[in-house]
Design a protein around this ligand. Sequence first.
Ligand SMILES: Cc1cc2nc3c(=O)[nH]c(=O)nc-3n(C[C@H](O)[C@H](O)[C@H](O)COP(=O)(O)OP(=O)(O)OC[C@H]3O[C@@H](n4cnc5c(N)ncnc54)[C@H](O)[C@@H]3O)c2cc1C
Length: 416
Amino acid sequence: MRYSGWKVFAEGLRGNRGWTRAWADPAPRDSYDTLIIGGGGHGLAAAYYLARNHGITDVAVLEKGLIGQGNVGRNTTIVRANYGLPGNSEFYSHSLKLWEGLESELNYNVMHSQRGLINLFHSDGQRDAFARRGNMMINQGDDAVLLDREGVRRLLPYLDYEQTRFPIYGGLYHPRGGTARHDAVAWGYARAASARGIHLLQNCEVTGIDVQAGRVTGVQTTRGAIRAKRVAIVVAGRSSQVAAMAGLRLPIESHVLQAFVTEGLKPVIDHVVSFGMGHFYISQSDKGGLVFGGDIDFYASYAARGNLPMVEHVMEAGMTLMPMIGRARVLRSWGGIMDMTPDGSPIIDRTPVEGLYLDAGWNYGGFKAVPASGWCLAHLMATGQSHPVAARFRLDRFATGAVIDEEGTGSQHNLH
Ligand SMILES: Cc1cc2nc3c(=O)[nH]c(=O)nc-3n(C[C@H](O)[C@H](O)[C@H](O)COP(=O)(O)OP(=O)(O)OC[C@H]3O[C@@H](n4cnc5c(N)ncnc54)[C@H](O)[C@@H]3O)c2cc1C
């Protein structure tokens, strides 16, 4: 079924009785050509592009819960291409271009909104660093505008410009940055993958990975054993645990990141704003809630829930930046499990087990990566070659030293 404005109108007249299921619910088969473990944004996008770009449809996505209930439906939805280092720069640039055509590609309203992202700076040194980053973004073909304090004030009049501790000097404006509706992205890819014949197996947890003579042969699941020639691990915060099923130890730690939403308010924040003196970023959802978040918790954990010290840290940053936020009431908060690599950049690569692939290490920035990650993992699995924009996302870079350390924080997970 194709979705359209006319279809919505016609169904409204018919009492909405004509809608069909968005995706099929098939029984698992004994074997597939390719298995994707994890039905989050990255796994679903990879399955879709395997079919769409390479004609490979004998594929099943194995999801232990329900589609959209992982981090893909838990994030603060920021979509941007403002990275500086080779490796990240071309990859996120490619991803943003895919985002820009995603709704017509999937025939699904993912509510992609290019409302502009502004990263604030608060010192001369930080201004220089942002000017350099802006030049790198422009060299990559993306957009960046360096704003002085008055330029920022014109766009964001509600910030506290006069505070003595972190005065606002200006901001780096990325007009094509913005937001999208997180779970709609999972649903859109799921529907489009299912329409191309891919099996989406929900409530199907992978409990073991079968390896014989150094080669993957299939997986054990809560819905039975499934054989396959190729298997990809695409499970975000659970990457280390699932890889351990194949005897692999990954350079990844899992940490909790929290997000917050206030009660619905009239439109007040019409950009995405990021604080330069602490980890705090904010936007306003189409329903009116202020959506914001901060830093990861420094303790490694698999608990998908938050804690009070990080709540305090986020609220303190919000109050510093825009004291008016103190009037808003927080409605909800939640946590998600981040797969943190030592250099804060991801991995899309083969593993030492033949036929077993890894797409992981998305840290707290993997939502915007969903289209390009799926595109590049599908390319790797179908052709045996890394896609040019993901060629540096190698698993062995922590052994060879070819790290992509965007923030220069080295192997300190707590500093990312
Ligand atoms: C609070 C928060 C804010 C964030 N903000 C942003 C942001 O603003 N911008 C941005 O770009 N990124 C952001 N992120 C990061 C982003 O959400 C993640 O990097 C990204 O969603 C991870 O990829 P995914 O969508 O595939 O993960 P998930 O949706 O978590 O998918 C992984 C799936 O694997 C499944 N799984 C795990 N183990 C098994 C198993 N054994 N068998 C079968 N299935 C299994 C899980 O159930 C899950 O559905 C944020 C994350 C959080 C938590």
